[in-house]
Design a protein around this ligand. Structure first.
Ligand SMILES: NC(=O)c1ccc[n+]([C@@H]2O[C@H](COP(=O)([O-])OP(=O)(O)OC[C@H]3O[C@@H](n4cnc5c(N)ncnc54)[C@H](O)[C@@H]3O)[C@@H](O)[C@H]2O)c1
Length: 701
């Protein structure tokens, strides 16, 4: 055969599934038939050899996967980047492939020992040679792409692999003659799919479905208008035929047991060199440092996970482990990302974790002027619950009114630049808002092992309690409530109607009466049911003493609403002697401010319920300002609303019968939040008892 196209293959003489390094190998160790493998390989060889030239590399005993020559390296012209295998099981193939490449007169580049790159298994040239598609995520490290781009002088487009069944790019992606692309989109993350769509026009993309993907239809050898593969559905064959490709099927089932098929068994050694090479990779890198209790607080793991999950890659440049229990550790991490968008997303999350950009890479925060009221630029920085500083005119300044999901606005105050969190809707034309992640750092306590804090909040480690721990937690909440009351602290309670249905109303009333609560937040329902109980002895028509339904009781809550409406407000009802007990009564009597935020479910509503939600949110924010502790009692809606507007540092206790609600609220990554999965009525009764005990002890002492 005199075709200018050449392939490298390796006889399966020593081939077997000897180990498990991908999901296809699982359950297949030593289960492949030597004879069938030989026959299948021979058939593939014949098909290719009738269309192109085939070179052979000598198989070596002990290296069964050498048959998959696609992973020998990546060749372009006479330049080769030799593979650096991730798994030791394949690393022994490297010198044999190197020898072969050198014997052909190629220049061979080798990557650093700890930078895996698995050759043409993870790097596929566009068939016109315009760029190189390179995969990462399982076997190949993103940072290797930059070196490949430089050595081979080719533009590299990095694609993030997401499905471990498609662990190499060539298992789910196959560029074809004429700019066509056969691929399995779910194998890639959203960013990579966008990149593919940007580079390959819709009419040239041939996405395949899972059944074809798991038959390795993308692991195909393309020679001009022929596509050679293990198997394809009639539909796929039809779609390929429609754009001028002939599919040649040749069973390769014995190799599928090791996670490879036609493409894996070949390496194309004559790749088209583009006349105008670029040598770009588009890969960006930033270096961040993290300081604190990195290992025991799990911060480093989280940081590294989020980099990889976000489509980036990392190198830990330095890690100084604190030697003493109290000492902190420092890590210096180099973050790589395939593009600006991915880098921005990763950096924003790292900053939330307390990562700081190296001083030499620090810049002022980027400011953009608002041109439409209430609308921010797309890349605005969205604030978190953590204290944050921003760099303006070379100075780091603390952001005021810190809250989650806000926008940071910078202006000139009398004493210099100021930064403040604003809600999107409050943005004014002319406001300067921060975009991107430059010049932003979140301030995390590096002394979370501080002794006093540890004693006070030994129970408060972020997490969800089991029923068995409830009593212990109640003791500690009681102790904290007592301490806060004694020192004039501020506690807010966010409560739902379940508090009343479960008989917790009398306990909450008592907490208010005894000065443990400084603000009450809720919706229409807590007030309606509390007032229904106070006026009529029922909650949702159920007699609270007997626990039985009262005839006509289902209308009681409407009667309660009607009564308050007649009075004009809850406070008026108290003043007029209509409302004489209950949670809201205690609030009015003890000057504890309350705010009732409306919802679509509300009956009535009560005249006090704020149906203007913007006003209600502002009211909530005002009431929780300066809070030391917030008790969230069985209201998912209002508790989550409050959680979102509370800065870190405020202790939050969330009580709910549903573990999912508790987890959502407790999992703010903050040391100060805890969840209690239990009945709220029971919780309140235990809490009141515990406070009584503390009072008795105090009196006796
Ligand atoms: N008649 C009315 O006007 C009326 C009636 C009901 C609700 N609403 C309104 O609807 C909105 C949502 O109401 P919501 O906050 O009650 O509902 P929600 O679903 O947001 O929260 C109720 C929470 O209580 C938990 N829960 C249930 N039983 C519990 C128990 N025994 N112990 C502990 N937790 C328990 C649930 O798991 C849930 O998370 C509010 O604004 C409310 O005012 C109005």
């Amino acid at each position: 055969m005199t075709s200018p196209i050449r392939f490298l293959m390796c006889s399966p003489h020593h081939y077997d599934v000897d180990y498990v390094i991908n999901p296809w190998m699982e359950g297949n160790v030593h289960r492949s038939s030597k004879q069938r493998a030989q026959e299948q390989w021979q058939n593939l060889y014949q098909i290719i050899a009738s269309r192109a030239a085939v070179d052979l590399v000598k198989p070596q005993p002990g290296w069964p996967d050498m048959v998959f020559t696609a992973n020998a390296g990546l060749i372009l012209g006479d330049q080769v980047v030799l593979s650096r295998f991730l798994h030791p099981e394949r690393q022994g193939e490297e010198p044999f492939f190197k020898q072969w490449f050198e014997a052909q007169g190629n220049t061979v580049y080798t990557l650093p020992a700890d930078l895996p790159f698995e050759g043409a298994g993870d790097a596929l040239l566009d068939r016109e040679g315009r760029w190189l598609w390179a995969g990462y995520g399982f076997r190949t490290e993103l940072d290797s792409h930059a070196l490949v781009a430089q050595w081979l002088n080719v533009e590299v487009l990095s694609l993030h692999l997401m499905d471990e069944r498609f662990y190499h790019l060539d298992t789910c992606f196959c560029p074809l003659t004429g700019g066509y692309l056969l691929y399995y989109p779910p194998a890639f993350d959203a960013y990579s799919n966008r990149l593919i769509e940007l580079r390959v026009p819709a009419e040239k993309r041939i996405p395949i479905d899972e059944p074809d993907a798991i038959n390795f239809a993308c692991n195909a050898v393309n020679i001009d208008r022929t596509v050679i593969m293990n198997q394809a559905s009639d539909d796929l064959k039809g779609r390929l035929a429609a754009v001028g490709f002939e599919v040649v099927e040749t069973p390769l089932t014995e190799f599928l047991k090791a996670g490879g098929a036609a493409k894996c068994l070949t390496l194309r050694v004559t790749e088209p060199v583009h006349p105008e090479p670029t040598g770009e990779s588009g890969i960006l890198a930033r270096t961040v440092t993290m300081t604190g209790h990195l290992l025991d607080a799990g911060l480093v793991n989280r940081a590294l996970d989020l980099i990889v999950e976000g489509g980036g890659s990392f190198q830990v440049l330095k890690f100084d482990l604190g030697e003493q229990r109290q000492s902190t550790s420092t890590a210096e991490i180099r973050v790589s990302a395939p593009g600006q968008e991915v880098m921005d997303e990763i950096m924003a999350q790292l900053i939330d974790l307390g990562a700081v950009v190296l001083p030499e890479e620090q810049q002022d925060a980027r400011l953009v002027t608002i041109t439409q009221a209430g609308v921010a630029p797309d890349d605005f920085y969205s604030s978190t619950i953590y204290p944050t500083e921003v760099r303006v005119q070379g100075q780091w300044i603390r952001v005021q009114a810190q809250r989650m999901d806000g926008v940071i606005v910078v202006d000139q105050g009398p004493q210099g630049p100021r930064a403040i969190c604003k809600l999107l809707r409050d943005l004014q034309v002319g406001d300067q808002v921060i975009v991107g992640y430059d010049g932003i750092r979140s301030v995390r306590s590096t002394t979370s092992r501080d002794r006093s804090q540890q004693e006070e909040f030994s129970f408060m480690g972020s997490g969800v309690s089991s029923e068995r721990r409830v009593e212990l937690i109640v003791e500690q909440v009681a102790w904290e409530l007592r301490r806060l009351r004694d020192r004039g602290g501020k506690v807010a309670v966010v409560a739902g109607p379940v508090v009343i249905h479960t008989g917790g109303g009398e306990h909450l009333s008592r907490l208010i009466r005894q000065g443990y609560v400084q603000a009450l937040l809720g919706g229409n329902a807590i007030a309606v049911h509390d007032i229904e109980q106070a006026l009529l002895g029922t909650s949702l028509g159920v007699d609270m003493k007997q626990g039985t339904s009262v005839r006509g009781g289902h209308r009681h809550h409407l009667r309660a609403i009607n009564t308050i409406r007649r009075c004009g407000s809850i406070a008026n009802a108290v003043e007029q002697g209509v409302l004489t007990r209950g949670v809201l009564y205690e609030c009015v009597k003890n000057n504890v401010p309350f705010s009732l935020a409306g919802s679509i479910r509300d009956d009535g509503p009560l005249p006090d319920t704020k149906m203007d939600l913007i006003q209600a949110q502002a009211d909530y924010a005002r009431l929780i300002e300066g809070c030391d502790m917030i008790l969230m009692l069985s209201t998912m809606l209002h508790a989550i609303g409050v959680g979102n507007m509370t800065p870190s540092g405020v202790k939050m206790v969330c009580v709910d019968i549903n573990p999912a609600v508790v987890t959502k609220l407790a999992d703010r990554g903050s040391l100060e939040s805890t969840g209690v999965v239990t009945d709220v009525g029971l919780f309140l009764s235990l809490l009141v008892k515990q406070l009584d005990k503390l009072t008795q002890k105090h009196v006796m002492a």
